[in-house]
Design a protein around this ligand. Sequence first.
Ligand SMILES: [Zn+2]
Length: 205
Amino acid sequence: MTQDEHFMHLALEEAAKAAAIGEIPVGAVVVRHGEVVAAAHNRRETGKNALAHAECLAIEEACRVRGGWRLWDCELYVTMEPCPMCAGAIINSRIRRVIYAVPDAKAGCCGSVTDLFSLPFNHRPEVTAGVCADECAALVQDFFTRLREELKTRPRWKKPVPETAAQPKACAAPKEKKHTAEQGFSAADQAEGSSAAAPKQEETP
Ligand SMILES: [Zn+2]
């Protein structure tokens, strides 16, 4: 087993802790000179905190242990490709090298969605991808398979039926047209990254 595989297994153990408490299994370990400085797992749901990603928590702990924010002689092992927030934290903490297992097609910022580390920021960590990828992917897959099974057994939420009678059909046609137009506008608006059309109308006195 290589040193990278050894530390990735420790990150995997952290990811398994996340899965055990119902969190998406992501684990991270900060290593300095061959020794673990900090280890953490995703706690976004249990901590009710959008910032509680494994990497950010591990970096925070490493800064505390090291007594400073410059982690230039540290390496970060993480089971999933870092998101924009965590890639930003990696840049800001000057972590020397990032080692991750599986890519994240929806949020990964080491090449999947974008590659933040290729942009001209003031720090560019070295990146190694695919270490223990099969094991980490299996953990994530297993988590979502179990979650889907669990969701099947939960009672489904049903949209409440309004008590008022349905509108006469004569009125339905123009209303439907207007609705379609609004939907079209809203979709186009969202595609441009702005969804402020409806709130603006409400704010108008
Ligand atoms: Zn993240």
